[in-house]
Write a protein that binds this ligand. Structure first.
Ligand code: SF4
Length: 78
């Protein structure tokens, strides 16, 4: 698979999220708050630096961005 076909998987751990809304502010195209918890708008997405920023900004490290089809974690830094 070439780099242009790469997809990322986005997850929010609901047991860690405190509903700060930072991710929805940092990457409004990727996260929405539902009943006080963040939820990814889509689980499989094209690579987007805004996702890395959101994962790095989450105070609870609740956001995990990884390769969609592999084990490599993209953000936050392992
Ligand atoms: S930044 Fe983290 S804690 Fe805040 S709403 Fe998003 S996932 Fe939840």
């Amino acid at each position: 698979m070439s780099a242009t076909n790469e997809q990322w998987r986005v997850r929010v751990d609901p047991t860690r999220c405190i509903g700060s809304g930072i991710c929805a502010g940092t990457a409004p195209g990727h996260f929405v708050l539902v009943s006080g918890l963040s939820r990814p708008l889509a689980e499989r997405v094209a690579p987007d630096d805004a996702l890395v920023d959101a994962a790095d900004s989450c105070p609870m490290e609740a956001i995990i961005v990884s390769e969609a089809d592999g084990p490599r974690r993209i953000a936050p830094e392992p």
